[in-house]
Design a protein around this ligand. Structure first.
Ligand code: SF4
Ligand code: SF4
Length: 81
């Protein structure tokens, strides 16, 4: 089973907890503000993500979700990056 990692850019308040907690240094704070005036996190190096879900667990705003996706969809998701 493959996984996709999603940061809800509008829910994120840019606290940086996930950036610090990620063991693979995948996440960074964006340089563009969201509509609430925060700089949200994003996956700067998605190819390094091991889908450990530490970031999703630590996020106080439940802004990160990791979904199981079918292998075919995983290929499409990878091509979109
Ligand atoms: S799932 Fe794990 S490796 Fe991937 S961004 Fe989150 S903390 Fe980092
Ligand atoms: S921990 Fe949550 S709210 Fe904080 S920067 Fe990461 S995604 Fe955004």
């Amino acid at each position: 089973m493959a996984y996709e990692h999603i940061v809800d850019q509008e829910r994120c308040k840019g606290c940086g907890l996930c950036v610090t907690a990620c063991p693979k240094n995948v996440l960074e704070i964006d340089t563009e503000m969201n509509t609430r005036g925060y700089f949200p996190a994003h996956q700067a190096r998605p190819e390094d993500c091991i889908f450990c879900a530490i970031c999703a667990t630590i996020c106080p705003d439940v802004a990160i979700t990791i979904n199981e996706i079918a292998a075919q969809a995983a290929g499409a998701a990878k091509r979109r990056k």
